[in-house]
Design a protein around this ligand. Structure first.
Ligand code: GLU
Length: 483
């Protein structure tokens, strides 16, 4: 391994609903970098906004990361030396640091009521002031002094006193030198005594030993504030990697409201393989790297480099995912694929008691080549398990006058040839195509309808082999009897 400092990275989702695909995107790069450098990847649950918590969401975060193989090395569900890993269990941690900042003059109480702040902002907007943000009415005042002025509220917040010379550029390990807008006097402690994200994230990242902060680009504008907090508290500033936002093919932002695929569990529900989803997310980060197309996570880790991460253009193109999924499906053995199909079908209610794993294992090779998702498998193969084949109307409509004769001949052939696909094909070709002079298209159409009930089905002769002689004959006779 190269001489890297072991990275401690973290992903810090808020359990406010179904996990977002962005959480996996961050976790993937966190875990890759931790692995590459021999470090650790930490999961922290940011659950201080009690009003937005959604029951079950935290469990879904664990489940979906585990499904993708992106389990953390430390976290609420796995433990570790830097816990607790849930912010709601750390509430006593933050206050002493806020007090230190107040004592040092880096932070101050603000008693302005929400109404006063609104008036102030409206006035700033009306007069088009170039400098906006909090006007520091409370700064330097005692509670008594401030109480004499309008817009006073008894329960204060604590704000950062952003200095005039606040550095507005910082180094990002993906983007190089990054410029951010001048921050406002950010609230760091709310009226309820809870820290805001900005305070909690700095304290937690420091106490958890995080030295590489990987997060979405929407946090770039907050970074100068975070760097000030680190400096004021006398702590080493971590490295920052701001990942690009995932976008739709029309360049709009991925949102759970508009895109089903923004929900991480969607990929599982739709029958994508976790290794394909991971590969897809890798590619989103490495946009435009032709050599990175198909790469298992371990290979991705082995030559991971931040310089390959693209900051523009990761387009969330599900066609690419379909292609990758097909690739990973084809690379499984038939038995592995059958087992995955069964596990998926059981979880999502596609499995029925008439279905049989041994039959599915035999049948999988006939669809594997063109299969896109696990979800698509059984609907293509369900005829194999049917006790009575239902003939679709459009399939029956393809039957011609000679269909009865074709079925009779096929029944005669299949009564006494070996039931393997090659022998079936040869036997039927000889007797129906050559013997009766019927083109293959018309010769095999009625047989396909009898066997599958459909116009189009997976390969016919293989299907007959899987069904066996008795069931094949039974189906051919059943259709024959209706003509
Ligand atoms: N809880 C924040 C989020 O969900 C974490 C941001 C960060 O990684 O710093 O976006």
């Amino acid at each position: 391994m190269a001489d890297f400092t072991p990275a401690r990275t973290r992903v810090a989702p808020s359990p406010t609903g179904d996990p977002h695909v962005g959480t996996a995107f961050m976790a993937l790069f966190d875990k890759a970098w931790a692995r590459r450098t021999g470090g650790q990847f930490v999961l922290r649950i940011e659950d201080t906004d009690q009003a937005r918590l959604v029951e079950g969401s935290e469990q879904q975060i664990y489940d979906s990361l585990a499904w993708l193989g992106l389990q953390p090395d430390e976290g609420p569900n796995v433990g570790g030396d830097h816990g607790p890993y849930r912010q709601s269990e750390r509430l006593d941690t933050y206050r002493p640091f806020v007090d230190r900042l107040i004592e040092a003059g880096h932070a101050y109480y603000c008693w302005c009521s929400p109404e006063r702040l609104k008036e102030m902002r409206d006035e700033q907007a009306r007069t088009k002031q170039s400098v906006t943000g909090y006007d520091r009415l409370c700064h330097g005042k005692t509670k008594e002094e401030r109480a004499k002025l309008p817009g006073f509220s008894d329960t204060p917040v604590v704000r950062m006193l952003i200095p005039d010379d606040v550095p507005l550029t910082f180094h990002d390990i993906i983007r190089g030198e990054v410029k951010a807008p001048r921050p406002d006097d950010q609230v760091i402690l709310k009226t309820d005594g809870f820290p805001t994200y900005h305070m909690a994230v700095v304290v937690d990242d420091h106490l958890m030993g995080i030295n590489t902060v990987v997060r979405g680009e929407e946090w770039i504008s907050s970074t100068p504030k975070h760097i000030l907090l680190y400096q004021w508290l006398g702590w080493e500033v971590p490295a920052f990697a701001h990942m690009p936002l995932l976008r739709n093919t029309d360049k709009s932002k991925i949102s759970k409201r508009k895109n089903p695929a923004a929900r991480l569990m969607w990929f599982k529900e739709e029958g994508y393989l976790p290794e394909a989803v991971v590969n897809f997310l890798q590619l989103l980060g490495y946009a435009g790297d032709e050599d990175a197309e198909v790469k298992a996570f371990d290979e991705f880790v082995a030559d991971f480099a931040w310089s390959k991460v693209h900051t523009v253009g990761p387009i969330f193109d599900l066609k690419k995912l379909d292609w990758l999924n097909g690739h990973y499906i084809r690379s499984l053995t038939a038995d592995e694929l059958a087992d995955r199909i069964v596990a998926w079908a059981r979880e999502y209610g596609q499995w029925s008691e008439t279905m049989r794993t041994d039959v599915l294992r035999q049948a999988v090779p006939i669809i594997q080549e063109r299969l896109v998702t696990l979800k698509d498998a059984l609907p293509q193969l369900d005829y194999l398990f049917a006790s009575d084949v239902t003939i679709a109307d459009d399939a029956r409509a393809t039957l011609k006058e000679d269909s009865g004769a074709v079925l009779d001949e096929a029944i005669a052939v299949l009564e006494d040839i070996p039931m393997d696909a090659a022998a079936i094909q040869t036997g039927l070709r000889e007797r129906i195509c050559e013997g009766m002079g019927i083109k293959p298209k018309f010769a095999f159409g009625p047989l396909r309808v009898a066997i599958s009930g459909r116009k189009v089905s997976p390969p016919l002769f293989e299907s007959m082999e899987i069904l066996g002689r008795d069931e094949t004959l039974r189906r051919l006779r059943a259709l024959r009897a209706t003509l």
